[in-house]
Design a protein around this ligand. Structure first.
Ligand SMILES: [Zn+2]
Ligand SMILES: [Zn+2]
Length: 430
């Protein structure tokens, strides 16, 4: 879960995920069927937004807000706050547009206004939709958590840098495809398994008569091709030929489509997004899109548009269902709890906060300040990611965060932002 709550703000959006379809009674509004998937609930708190957010985070038995009726049946993935420059209703409207969402239920959270609803549903498999959004890979998340907590070897440092660069390139590519217009389904960052072969696709666009598969590369510098091999110009060192990777993925995707009885042609391309990338001696028929051709990409995709059918949405849904979330081989440095540096890292520069504060932490290195709640939740989430088998207890988190003044303060933060399980000595948090 990620928290971005500013105590000075008054509006908030709760991102909520339901794993199963449910039929639920929502107070006086009646009974509705909620489909599994992602929801956004928009609310406002004139005073003390933190208390309200805490209230939503906890699963309570007293139902006051409409959201309380939904709360026990899903997980909160993120809470974001907004200032009062936009009204609560405008915020709902704006998020609906941004996420291409629909209203799952009438008058949910909007009893006091004229809005249809303050609950949004991010539908899977409707037209113009990013069916699957890009996440930060597990490997990159682990590297980010470990950075500054341990010393990386040169090899690890380079590997981390490449992961960051790759991710940055993918985001750049997403900016280009985000607005391709109607009638195209986008499935980003998907890992599939076909006959015991795992393969990952950066971006897949399902168009009317074609599937476009993209492998995104954020290469900088000059490269050249010689007898189908790729070399870095400056050092003449051979690099992995991205076309081979593309061919492998395309073959496996074709097999996948065949086993699921979808017959759609695939067009695949390696996309080079960095403006300083140059490739010498590239054959004219190389399945690549170069930095100078990126603007054309948008119009090429738009020309492939056409009305999608249920076949297309079925395929998109199938791909999402088959997405392999846990990849067995994480190439991360080996680490142990004992050897890692403890403390709360600054969001801005990644260095450690030196001093505890009232409600804000100030970074001595980059001057960034951050609300304690956000930094605390992030640090506990890092602990959870790095040590998935360890229990989150007050004592462990007190040691892990290092600068929290007492066990008592740690306990109250945990009580506020995490759900407790058990009692007394065996108490831990989820
Ligand atoms: Zn409203
Ligand atoms: Zn900093």
């Amino acid at each position: 879960m990620e928290l971005f709550v500013d105590p000075g703000h008054t509006r908030y959006a709760v991102f909520f995920f339901m794993e199963e379809d449910r039929t639920l009674a929502i107070g006086k509004l009646g009974t509705y069927h909620f489909l599994k998937g992602r929801y956004i609930y928009i609310g406002s708190a004139k005073k003390n937004i933190l208390a309200r957010v805490n209230r939503h985070l906890k699963v309570d038995t007293v139902f006051r807000w409409h959201f309380d009726y939904l709360r026990p049946y899903g997980t909160i993935t993120e809470v974001k706050s907004f200032d009062d420059k936009v009204g609560e209703c405008e915020l709902a409207e704006c998020l609906k547009l941004r996420y291409l969402a629909t209203y799952p239920m009438k008058k949910f959270g909007s009893s006091d206004c004229r809005c249809y609803s303050h609950l949004l549903f991010l539908r899977r498999g409707c037209v113009v939709l990013i069916v699957k959004e890009r996440g930060i890979s597990m490997e990159l998340q682990v590297f980010r958590c470990l950075k500054h907590r341990m010393v990386f070897s040169e090899k690890e440092r380079m590997y981390h840098l490449n992961l960051e660069k790759g991710y940055e390139g993918e985001l750049k590519f997403d900016e280009l495809t985000k607005n391709v217009g109607d009638n195209c389904l986008i499935v980003n960052d998907i890992t599939l398994e076909v006959t015991n072969n795992l393969f990952q696709i950066d971006s897949l666009l399902i168009c009317k008569d074609m599937i476009c598969m993209f492998e995104v590369k954020n290469f900088e510098d000059n490269f050249f091709i010689q007898s189908h091999k790729w070399y870095l110009l400056s050092s003449r060192k051979e690099v992995n030929n991205p076309i081979l990777q593309l061919d492998r993925s395309e073959t496996l995707l074709r097999k996948y489509l065949h086993t699921h009885r979808f017959s759609v042609p695939i067009e695949s391309k390696v996309v080079f997004v960095h403006p300083t990338f140059t490739l010498y001696q590239a054959p004219i028929d190389l399945p690549a899109i170069f930095p100078t051709q990126l603007q054309q990409l948008q119009s090429t995709i738009e020309s492939k548009r056409g009305v999608l059918t249920t076949q297309h949405t079925k395929l998109a849904k199938q791909l999402c269902d088959d997405h392999v979330t846990s990849t067995p081989f994480l190439r991360v440095p080996s680490y142990s709890y004992e050897s890692l540096r403890k403390g709360i890292k600054c969001r801005g520069c990644g260095e450690f906060f030196v001093e505890w504060g009232e409600s804000i932490l100030h970074c001595q290195y980059c001057g960034n300040s951050e609300f304690i709640v956000n930094a605390f939740v992030r640090t506990v989430e890092a602990y959870r990611l790095l040590f998935p088998t360890k229990k989150i207890t007050t004592k462990e988190i007190y040691i892990w965060c290092e600068i929290i003044p007492s066990l008592k303060v740690t306990r109250s933060l945990l009580n506020n932002y995490f759900q407790s399980v058990g009692n007394g000595r065996s108490k831990y948090y989820k």
